[in-house]
Design a protein. Structure first.
Lengths: 234, 266
């Protein structure tokens, strides 16, 4: 228990003193994970809506695969992308390995199935409600998808936030493709792993509390910006 | 939503671009020693190089060098290093400095390893007493050094019982495990001195020449990987072998103890 108190104190100390390194790695964590969430959402949300609206032969199979991919082990994704992005790998010429972009790419791969699955679930329920109306209005497929996405935006927000939660707390994949390089690819989770390795549990826990606080802050500010979860506006 | 998009876009554009940098794979034990924090600012000031350290085990460092993903490596496993150069993956191997491995264990020292004539005898006593032991088990330089001592002690870790825990983790994680199990472990001195979760563990044995730990610098062969920054890697080598670097390495101390001995040849 003493370690946890020490951790809280360490977190407070880091925040109160505006520790430069803490700011740097926190901002990089946000930058990498938000970029990944935005790119993944741009693909996954329309795809989830499409799966709800469109009937085709292998639809069930696609949905099953998508759901199964939610459990992708990050360390395997990291290793595969290490091999792909390595100088000796097929995409080595781009020199992306050990840069924030490599971390963004693996996070996109890890969170796209999650966002797509939750989006699909939400869109399916909405589609059951809107089906007759949209068909009778003779709306085109793209118009149906747009309507579903707009009217289901609150649920999609949940999908996006679930993806963000997985991305910001992820360590296995970004450790391999990012390399935890100081001032280049070190983020909160890899810094926590590093400090744990050094046996400095107080600092590691302190960083952990900062990470939790950051996730809370992002969630609350997005709800505030989109005016959800307010009285009278569920 | 749009506001958050704009915000994220701003964040992306801010710092993703990277300039020309030198990537050096180093072992966890070197990073944990804290010496990197002393050398790095001096290197950046003197050479104007943005030196990026990838802290990995020796095995992974050699793989990164083989793939051309780093420009040079600084590791401590002589046999693997010589094979690396012999296979044309690195241009040469340059000795820089050494420190030593130490045997850590519970203060009560159940196996009585403190009062022996050599490291091999200490390990024999641990095996005979079947005292709980934590091994790196990750093919790192430290792990290879440990296996070498087991070989001298004429004991085969493959045949050990449940008291022998190969954790397959870095030095810090392995020390955390040893601290939790109150177990014996072989560590490099630097990682041990800087380790903050010592618990009931203490340094029990050191000083046997078989435990000396030589660090060497190997630039990756530019003939195999044209993208490596060979010129910068050579500048760094020259700096590491300089008098200034020797002085910084020889005077580096933790808790009043000298850790490294410079033995590079210009």
């Amino acid at each position: 228990m003493n370690d946890i108190t020490q951790g809280l104190l360490a977190a407070l100390r880091l925040i109160v003193t505006f520790d430069a390194e803490l700011w740097e790695i926190s901002l990089r964590s946000l930058q990498v994970s938000l970029t990944a969430v935005i790119i993944a959402s741009a693909v996954a949300m329309p795809f989830g809506a499409f799966l709800a609206v469109q009937r085709f032969k292998y639809r069930r199979l696609v949905i099953s695969i998508m759901n199964a991919l939610m459990g992708l082990p990050p360390v395997v994704v990291g290793l595969i992308f290490y091999i792909l992005l390595s100088r000796s790998g097929p995409f080595g010429v781009f020199g992306l390995l050990f840069t924030p972009w490599a971390m963004i790419i693996v996070q996109i791969v890890i969170i796209t199935p999650i966002i797509a699955s939750i989006s699909h679930q939400a869109m399916r329920e909405l589609w059951a409600e809107y089906h007759d109306l949209l068909i009778s209005l003779n709306a085109s497929k793209w118009q149906r998808i747009k309507t579903l996405i707009w009217d289901g935006r609150r649920n999609l927000l949940t999908a996006g936030l679930a993806g963000f939660g997985r991305a910001i707390g992820e360590v296995g994949a970004i450790m391999i493709v990012g390399g935890n390089i100081e001032h280049a690819t070190r983020v909160l989770t890899t810094a926590i792993a590093l400090e744990t390795g050094k046996g400095d549990f107080a600092l590691a826990l302190g960083l952990g509390f900062v990470l939790i606080g950051l996730a809370l802050f992002v969630n609350i500010s997005i709800h505030w910006l989109s005016r959800t979860e307010r009285e009278g506006r569920w | 939503m749009i506001r958050s998009l704009v915000f994220a876009g701003f964040l992306c554009s801010a710092t993703l671009a990277q300039s020309d940098t030198l990537k050096l794979a180093v072992t966890t034990s070197f990073e944990n020693s804290g010496l990197a924090d002393v050398l790095l600012p001096e290197i950046e000031a003197d050479l104007g190089i943005d030196l990026q350290l990838l802290v990995v085990g020796t095995g992974q460092a050699l793989r990164l060098g083989e793939a051309g993903d780093v420009d040079a490596i600084l590791v401590h496993s002589r046999a693997s290093e010589e094979a690396f150069v012999a296979n044309g993956l690195g241009t040469h191997r340059r000795k820089i400095m050494y420190n030593d491995f130490v045997l850590i264990g519970p203060k009560s020292d159940k196996a009585q390893i403190g009062a022996t004539s050599g490291a091999a005898e200490s390990l024999q006593r641990i095996a005979d007493a079947q005292a709980t032991y934590v091994s790196r088990g990750d093919d790192s330089g430290t792990h290879k050094a440990e296996l070498k001592v087991w070989q001298i002690a004429e004991r085969d870790p493959a045949k050990f019982g449940s008291w022998y825990n190969a954790v397959g983790a870095g030095m810090g994680a392995a020390l955390n495990t040893a601290s939790a199990l109150n177990a014996y472990i072989l560590s490099d001195r630097a990682s041990w001195l800087n380790f903050k979760n010592k618990g009931d563990l203490a340094l029990l044995f050191s000083g046997d020449p078989v435990l000396f730990n030589q660090y060497a610098y190997l630039p990756v062969n530019p003939a195999r990987h044209p993208t490596v920054q060979y010129e910068m890697a050579m500048q760094l080598e020259e700096w590491l072998l300089s008098d200034k670097s020797a002085a910084l390495i020889n005077t580096y101390q933790i808790n009043g103890e000298t850790l490294f001995v410079f033995n590079g040849q210009q």
